[in-house]
Design a protein around this ligand. Structure first.
Ligand code: ASP
Ligand code: MG
Length: 241
């Protein structure tokens, strides 16, 4: 059975209606015959709020404790999305990064994924469940929680797709694809049907907020096809190959 990894960003799960809409889309994908792994970010501007809360306590909070704090954002969204999918009658389980086998180095707040041990995810898929994995977080070899840097859920999704040899990694966001220029600034910016990894890496590094640059690097190394598309429409977006 083909495996698809779907990543939904913070704006796609910002409130209850949006969480339910994501749940329906996930169930539709199961009905199309896929085994589905979902990676989610924290809701809306949760991560920014958590950072502000930390700053209100200390100007220089320990990075390990920042990771302990920031990882909670994604833990909220995986649980809520699992409840939403369950309410539609679809078997589902949520996993933290650590439970999902996302092993990282020890650089708190900008950790790099060393390895994804996909055994638990695969076992849950085999039971016929949708598996939801918390984006942006992982665990060191000494069981400390780490985070992957802002926008890190993209990298989680691509790394999970690579580990499971998924057919596709879909990145759902609030724009309908990758544009030739920022559509908010450039009037005749065009949506691109397809870009290659090199072009996408350049765009991402120049600050196009579509994908974390590290996610593009991992996709290029493992040959993971990425489809960037809108969570609010069913239109095709941009294929990155
Ligand atoms: N929630 C984290 C952030 O806001 C990770 C992500 O959105 O990918 O940076
Ligand atoms: Mg976010």
């Amino acid at each position: 059975m083909a495996i698809i990894v779907q990543k939904y960003g913070g704006s796609s799960v910002a409130d209850t209606d949006k969480v339910m809409a994501v749940a329906r889309r996930v169930v539709d994908t199961v009905m199309e015959g896929y085994q589905v792994v979902v990676v989610v970010s924290a809701q809306g501007d949760t991560t920014d709020s958590l950072i502000q809360q930390a700053r209100a306590i200390s100007e220089r909070p320990p990075k390990r404790e920042m990771d302990m704090l920031l990882a909670t954002g994604e833990q909220v969204s995986i649980a809520l999305l699992a409840m939403a999918i369950d309410s539609l009658g679809q078997p589902v389980i949520s996993l933290t990064g650590a439970q999902g086998g996302i092993m990282t180095d020890t650089q708190h707040m900008k950790a790099r994924i060393r390895e994804v041990d996909g055994a638990r995810i695969s076992a849950e898929l085999r039971k016929g469940q949708v598996v939801i994995v918390a984006g942006f977080q992982g665990m060191t070899s000494t069981h400390d929680i780490t985070t992957l840097g802002r926008g890190g859920s993209d990298t989680t999704a691509v790394a999970v797709a690579a580990a499971l040899r998924a057919d596709m990694c879909e990145i759902f966001t609030d724009v309908d694809g990758v544009y030739s220029a920022d559509p908010r600034l450039v009037f005749d910016a065009r949506r691109l049907n397809q870009v290659d990894y090199g072009e996408m890496l350049e765009l991402a590094s120049l600050g196009a907020m579509i994908l974390q640059p590290r996610a593009v690097e991992v996709a290029a190394v493992y040959g993971v096809p990425i489809h960037v598309r809108s969570s609010f429409s069913r239109k095709p977006g941009t294929m990155i190959r």
